[in-house]
Each structure stands twice: as C-alpha cells, then as structure tokens.
Design a protein around this ligand. Sequence first.
Ligand SMILES: [Cu+2]
Length: 327
Amino acid sequence: MLRRIICSAPAAALTMIFLAASSAWAGMGHPSPGQMGLQGAASPVSAEIHNFYDFVNVIIVAIAVFVLLLMLYVMYRFNEQSNPNPSRTAHNTLLEVAWTVIPILILVAIAIPSFRLLNFQYSYPKADITIKATGYTWYWAHAYPDLGDFSFETRMLDDAAREELIAENIPAPRNLAVDNEVVVPVNKVVNVLVTADPEGVIHDWTIPSFGSKVDAVPGRVTTTWFKPTVEGIFYGQCSELCGKDHAFMPIGVRVVSEETFAAWSEAMQAANTAGKDARGEKDKTKRREKLREKKELIKKAKQIIREAALRQRGNRKLAEVNAVGMQ
Ligand SMILES: [Cu+2]
C-alpha cells in the first residue's frame, strides 16, 4: 500500500505540472470554459508573466513532492514498530545550516526573475499610441489624446444587443462584450493613462492577455503599457471592488492591422471635428447637417470595426495556434 502511495506521487506531480502548463491552451483575450491557469499571452509582458508562472510552478511542485516523500519516508522508517529505540540526537549543525541556506537560495532564485519582470512591466518603452482610460461609476470612457482627443464611453452590452451581434456571426461573450471597443494597431506600443472620475471611486483597468493591470484612482494618473502581438478582441474587467455594478464594467480592446486602425481613427477624428463644428455653429440648418455628418462618420467607424471583427473570427483559431507555438 505504502509503496503504491510513494509510486503515485510522481504521477500526481506530473498532473500538477500538466495543469500548470495547460495555461498554454487557455483561450486568448477571454476566459474559457474549464480553463486552468492564465489566459493566453498576447503581449511581451504577458509572455514573460507566463514564463515566470511556469518557472515558479515547477519549484512549488518540486518542494511539495519532496516534502511529501520525506514525510512518507519518516512515517514508514521511523514508526514505533520499525524503530523501537529512537535516537536522542537533538542538533545537527550541517543539517541546520542546509535547511536555512537552501530555502534562501530558492527565494533568491525566485526573486531575480521576479524583479526582472517587475522592472520590465514598469519600463514604459516609447509609446506609438497613447490612450486615456477613465473609470466612472459604472462604465469606462476612453480617449485618444494624440489623435485630436476623440473619446467614447465603453459600456457592457445587454443580452438583446449581444444576440444581434451573435446573429451577425460576431462573438459577444456575456458580461464581457462592450458597445464601443478600444481599438489599437497590432505590434505597436500602447501607453494607457488611467484615472477615475474625481467624484467617483477607485477602479482598475485590466486586460489579462496583455499583462496590463493598474488602479484607476480619482484625481491621479497611473500608467500601464502593452504591445499586442496578435490581432483579435481582448477582454478585461474592472479589478478593484468599486461598488454595485463592479462586475458589469468590462473593457474590450480590439487589436487590428495598421491600415484598419488608420481608417477607423480617421473616421473617429473627422466625427470629433464635425461634433466640435456643430457646437460652434449658430445656423440651425448647418448645425443639423454637421451633426448628421458626425453620426454618419461614427457609423462608418463602427462598420470598419465590425468588418474587422468578422475577418478576425476566421483568423482566430490560427492566431491562437501560432501564439501557443511562440511560447
Ligand atoms: Cu470599477
């Protein structure tokens, strides 16, 4: 019996390692049913987080297996029957030095890559694009300060709106799909300035697949960055308990090709300009015309993203296979 337990320990360890490594098969940009481990990596920081996670998991499993085997051995070898006359030894200098020094070395081995990763997360490479995210009670607003400061609100879609998208063959997961996605170009460094409504509460802007997570604090600006390496939609949820609708303020980041991004941002900027013109316009007819123009441009921008979403649906599986291969 005892032998069988001892033999099954390595099998249990292998299972644990397999479960830890299964993060590689997890969905990218969203949680998947039955998922173990982290969401798929789609940025350099996230890929490093995965490496670190796997490395620490191996150490954890090795220590757990070692302690388990040691305990089983002690129970078997030094029980009353097999060892009727116990030794009276109370100290062993070599052993005591070893069990102090070895854990220190293990902690140092974990600390070095940990600090390296932390440093990488806060390295802030030169940004190609800056986005400002503001947390409100209970939705997000996103602005593009470098591109004429156009902005929009991001709110969770209700079931009826989701059904419409699903009917068009566009995936819209429950509690994650949003009306206005943040759009960014692939393989560009995106800097996100994060803050919250000065009269509101603390939120947290997070996209797990990018390894981006930072508090949105009223009256302060915090920053995170990511460089998306895969096209597609990446979801996150407010990660600071902020109140009644905390669970219903998701974020959706759509990563598209550079051309799609240029077309989308051009339409959004033109819509912004038309909106500003309308505000300054005294003539009612002209104002109405400007507002109609703005509406048309926003519709055009939405259509660009809708088409990109349909294209990405087909690419999705391929992208996930490639990303797993990259790890
Ligand atoms: Cu929140």
